[in-house]
Write a protein that binds this ligand. Sequence first.
Ligand code: GAR
Length: 199
Amino acid sequence: MTTSLVVLVSGAGTNLQALIDACADPAYGAKIVAVGADRDDIEALARADRAGIPTFVKQVSQFASREQWDRALADTVAGFEPDLVVSAGFMKLLSEDFLARHTTVNTHPALCPSFPGMHGPADALAYGVKVTGATLFIVDGGVDSGPIIAQTVVPVLDDDTTETLHERIKLAERTMLVDTIGLMASEGWELDGRRVRLG
Ligand code: GAR
């Protein structure tokens, strides 16, 4: 059985592109049924269009409250009946109500629980760590605090800027995301407390 995915994005969509490319192989076991964004005119939506994947945009500013935005997003996602929602560079927190309706995973450009939030690479660089990386986790009500599914490690180099470090993280992050979503789709997964087991 193919695992259907809704992917949520806010920007360049290189993680989305990696998933689109992986899903082109039927043996991968997953299919992207829709791509949703919290803003218009982003490269991620163009990537989905080029791949022939339905898209939708829900901007917070279009709604009277954050709660209404979140409910509309959850309703629209539900219309595509995904098995899993993948937040891939989606720069909004999702409510407990959304998460109760949709099992959601998120990729974060740091080694959780270190450096949560919007500035993972910059915070890691400023702290002076020698390795950092990316984390795929099941989204809970907190900020990058959910059960960890996979992590990948990259070195921090002496001459790194936030940009060069983030690019190195993103290379590793895309491989981790594609490999792990593929494993979740083909072999299943289970949650035991905070521990996630694949297969
Ligand atoms: C990725 O590195 C992702 O982990 C990060 O934004 C980038 C999106 O890149 N997300 C966060 O920082 C969320 N806290 P992309 O749009 O090219 O996939």
